[in-house]
Design a protein. Structure first.
Ligand SMILES: Nc1nc2c(ncn2[C@@H]2O[C@H](COP(=O)(O)OP(=O)(O)OP(=O)(O)O)[C@@H](O)[C@H]2O)c(=O)[nH]1
Length: 370
């Protein structure tokens, strides 16, 4: 079975694959140039083909074992560090010790690769270690070249010398300073996204009872109305809840609300939803239902609540007002009808269901059960 991939990880793998492919291309070009050049230097003949072989190996490893991506990048970075440090030291020493030889003539054009190398370090090496490795790399790769140039003013002020000075000096420092800022920004964006997801969950769920929030309930009601789904609405209100709070305390009242919400949620299946509408009032939306079906659902809810026994409160009862949605209804009219039905159920003593038909049948006597 294939596992769902984190999009970030997929993006990193693609980026690493592109980087390895470009390294392979660049080292293949460098191999060709050095082998065809009139003057052959040992290091130029060895390092680029070695990098070709390494890149092919790492690409194969990444294709076969995508989960090794970080290890593969680190091997590549280590090899790149060695490949950048070796010519820096070797050619600097050679130019210093050989009269008439200039570093700007013999150093391969790798100064821009050093900047890329630093960028990769800052991306793939975690935390403070990135700064340590970047500083060490700068000492091992850039420092010998910079010291040489400072001691050879004429070479330093040549176009190549100034280019080396810029790449190994300000450009590399800018990369090391700017990338952590970007990393911090990415971290902040991730934290904000998590916070937004948390807020969204909070807005959609009632924190006390765990059922849908009123906000989500209203949204679902609007959707049912706009899609003209044949549905029914039940407004449910606990009876004499104030007395429970007054006698047993607010925390016990909370427990009763939770028990009622759990019992209702356990009963409601197949697209039916329950939202906490306010204090001790809940709204149930029942899709694809007719009048007798809605009555049955409401009655089941009433009985489930009446069967609850929350010690030390004892029996809890609820009044329920039910109505079917009509094609001409909007949120206000249908809620008004459900409220009317609930009001009648309360008026008639509570612990009962009253179903109010749509206005077209306004003359009809409301059905009532208990
Ligand atoms: N424990 C608790 N009580 C709440 C919460 N929200 C509202 N209430 C209380 O619910 C009570 C509702 O009182 P009323 O509106 O008089 O309703 P009732 O006592 O059930 O009366 P009837 O509906 O007429 O049967 C008030 O005392 C509110 O303080 C809540 O989240 N937790």
């Amino acid at each position: 079975m294939t596992q769902a991939q984190d999009p970030d990880e997929r993006y990193v793998r693609i980026a690493v694959m592109i980087m390895l492919a470009l390294t392979l291309f660049a080292s293949a070009c460098a191999t060709l140039i050095h082998w065809l050049a009139p003057i052959h230097r040992m290091m130029d003949l060895v390092v680029p083909p070695a990098f070709c072989v390494l890149s092919v190996g790492l690409i194969t490893a990444l294709v076969r074992r995508p989960d090794w991506v970080l290890g593969i990048v680190r091997i590549d970075l280590l090899a790149a560090g060695v490949a950048l440090a070796a010519p820096a030291w070797l050619y600097t020493l050679q130019a210093t010790l050989t009269p008439g030889m200039q570093l700007i003539d013999i150093l391969p054009p790798v100064s821009s690769l050093f900047v890329v190398f630093l960028a990769m370090l800052m991306i793939f090496v975690p935390g403070r270690l990135a700064f340590l490795v970047a500083a060490l790399s700068w000492v091992l790769i850039a420092l010998p070249v910079l010291v040489y140039l400072l001691l050879h003013g004429r070479e330093m002020w040549s176009p190549r010398g100034r280019d080396l000075l810029m790449a190994y000096g300000p450009a590399s420092i800018m990369v090391v300073v700017l990338l952590p800022v970007q990393r911090a920004l990415v971290g902040k964006i991730r934290r904000l996204a998590l916070e937004r997801d948390r807020m969204e969950v909070m807005l959609r769920r009632d924190p006390l009872t765990g059922v849908q929030s009123r906000l989500l309930g209203e949204q679902m009601l609007r959707q049912v109305l706009s899609e003209r789904i044949p549905a029914g609405l039940i407004m449910l209100d606990l009876d004499k809840f104030k007395a429970i709070n007054d006698t047993h305390g607010h925390p016990m009242g909370d427990k009763v609300l939770q028990a009622v919400a759990d019992a209702c949620r356990g009963l409601l299946r197949a697209g039916k939803t329950i939202s906490r509408w306010g204090g001790e009032e809940f709204l149930v939306i029942v899709p694809n239902v007719d009048a007798p079906g809605l009555q049955r659902v409401a009655e089941r809810l009433r009985l489930a609540i009446a069967d609850l026994s929350v010690a030390p409160v004892g029996q809890v009862t609820a009044s329920l007002g039910a109505t079917l949605l009509q094609s001409w209804d909007d949120q206000e009219t249908v809620l008004q009808r459900a409220d009317q039905a609930l009001y009648r159920a309360k008026e008639q003593g509570g612990n009962q269901v009253v179903a109010v038909p749509a206005p077209i049948a306004a003359g009809t006597t409301p059905q009532q059960t208990n």
